[in-house]
Design a protein around this ligand. Structure first.
Ligand SMILES: Cc1cc2nc3c(=O)[nH]c(=O)nc-3n(C[C@H](O)[C@H](O)[C@H](O)COP(=O)(O)OP(=O)(O)OC[C@H]3O[C@@H](n4cnc5c(N)ncnc54)[C@H](O)[C@@H]3O)c2cc1C
Length: 455
């Protein structure tokens, strides 16, 4: 038995360590599905102290750790490819505390996002973050990636709702950060450093999150002729509605979604589609869209009149990722300011002309300026080697456009392994150096998530 496994055996009972080949594959990868999983073992701590013990052991005898949540990540952050020990948080899955006056819930890292959503509902409250992966992603993973999702246009990203964290740093120290306070200007806000750090600075053991009053959600799906109309509609809705989400799907994206959905698409064909949620009365949404229609009579629209219909309409947007997965698309999750989207979109269309074998499938959280730019290789793309070469070229060209338009090459899915090279080559050297110094302070022996983000 390897010395690392022998030492882990002193912390964890047999049922909390897995080393079978099938388990190593299962827990060694995320949804990117493009990195060969090769961890040494998977361990399942049940409390903060066990997390601390495994991190301290890693520092003492020199092995590397991959913190692991629901492995729904899309940037390879939870992939273990080089004999690391995967620390899975799935058995730390209790909702520990709830206070209705503070509207705060403290939950362990392994609580599923959907479980927290249901818990909030049972208390007549609402967890502001919603992702299509909510059934599998975990709160720890959501915090570690600073998840965005459909409603960031209204509620912001997850960091806005985190009021406290318990973290084991890479040095093996337990840190209690945040105190559950909304207002706390006592020195530097170190808690924020861990949010979005993708498991490179510390392992999040629990999070205290703020819940809000439940919105009165009304859903509409609209078809529009021109991309600029999508942006005009966004501005118009911002002025007249309380927008909870404003999601975009290109015609190509809806065509792909149709592979997942057996019923007919409920609108006439259009070039662009918007799925929006309004918090308020259905009547208000109807009136506002009616007025919009007098300005843009070529718009087509359908409004949900029941919760069931709302779910059905939203499915057209939510299933796109799954619908295109088998084509192994090049996925670029990027953001620019909404005012720059039109110019960025034009450049993407020109780029699509240069890569005519690839199909551009665009969708995303357009209200935040966040587009998921997906490229599907065509059947004519040729030999595997040519496809990978083109994939690299295409990716570089997309990121160059993003930089040109002052945007972010990682909008909400993080950097992980996928964007690491581009991150370090496109970021000011002094910022990269400062980020590495921060990581060295919190994880002096580099035991956490090696090879990811800045490391
Ligand atoms: C269909 C689909 C839709 C999606 N939609 C969205 C979306 O709308 N918005 C969005 O933001 N993302 C989206 N994602 C991406 C993904 O679901 C999020 O990034 C999610 O927050 C990851 O959570 P997870 O528990 O699966 O984390 P994992 O994939 O397990 O891990 C992600 C990163 O966090 C680290 N990590 C995990 N747990 C911990 C912990 N306890 N402590 C420290 N580090 C940890 C890992 O090392 C890794 O670097 C989507 C993914 C899919 C498959």
């Amino acid at each position: 038995m390897s010395p690392v496994l022998a030492a882990l055996g002193k912390i964890f009972q047999d049922e909390s360590i897995l080393t079978e080949a099938a388990d190593l594959i299962h827990y060694g990868k995320d949804r990117t599905d493009q990195y060969e999983p090769a961890p040494l073992a998977i361990v399942f701590p049940r409390c903060v102290e066990e997390v601390q013990q495994v991190v301290r052991l890693a520092n003492q005898i020199g092995f590397r750790i991959v913190p692991s949540g629901g492995r729904t990540g899309l940037s390879g952050g939870a992939c273990a490819t080089r004999g690391e020990v995967v620390v899975s948080m799935e058995r730390m899955n209790r909702i520990v505390d709830f206070d209705p006056l503070d509207r705060l819930v403290r939950c362990e890292a392994g609580v599923l996002t959907a479980t927290l959503q249901s818990f909030a509902e049972s208390k007549r409250l609402f967890f502001p973050i919603d992702l299509a992966s909510a059934g599998s992603s975990q709160i720890g993973g959501n915090v570690a990636t600073n998840a965005g999702g459909n409603r960031a246009v209204c509620y912001g990203m997850l960091r806005q709702w985190v009021r406290g964290l318990t973290v084991v740093s890479g040095a093996g120290e337990i840190l209690y950060l945040g105190k559950g306070l909304k207002k706390n200007n006592t020195g530097y806000d170190l808690m924020q450093l861990f949010i979005g750090s993708e498991g490179t600075l510390g392992i999040i053991c629990d999070a205290t999150l703020e819940l809000v009053s439940p919105p009165n959600i009304q859903v509409a799906l609209l078809g529009l002729k021109a991309f600029d109309q999508v942006l005009e509609l966004f501005q118009y809705c911002q002025e007249h509605l309380r927008i909870l989400s404003f999601e975009y799907c290109s015609a190509a994206a809806i065509e792909q979604a149709q592979k997942e959905i057996s019923s007919h698409f409920p609108l006439e064909a259009a070039a662009h589609y918007v799925l929006l949620e309004h918090d308020g009365l259905r009547r208000t949404l109807e009136d506002v869209l009616q007025q919009w229609y007098t300005r843009q009579p070529d718009t087509c629209a359908v409004l949900a009149s029941s919760r069931r219909q709302a779910i059905d309409l939203k499915r057209w947007r939510e299933c796109i990722s799954t619908a295109i997965a088998s084509a192994v698309p090049l996925k670029c999750d990027v953001a620019v300011r909404p005012s720059v989207l039109s110019a960025f979109f034009e450049d993407l269309e020109k780029l699509a002309e240069d890569f005519a074998d690839w199909q551009l499938v665009l969708f995303g959280h357009i209200g935040d300026g966040n587009l998921h730019v997906n490229w599907l290789p065509g059947k004519e793309s040729g030999h595997q080697q040519v496809v990978s070469h083109q994939r690299q070229l295409l990716q570089d060209r997309v990121y160059e456009l993003v930089i040109k338009h002052g945007g972010a090459i990682a909008a909400e899915h993080g950097v992980g392994l996928l964007k690491k090279t581009f991150l370090t080559s496109s970021t000011d050297g002094s910022i990269v150096s400062l980020a590495r110094q921060v990581a060295d302070l919190l994880d002096p022996n580099g035991v956490l998530n090696p090879g990811k983000v800045y490391s």
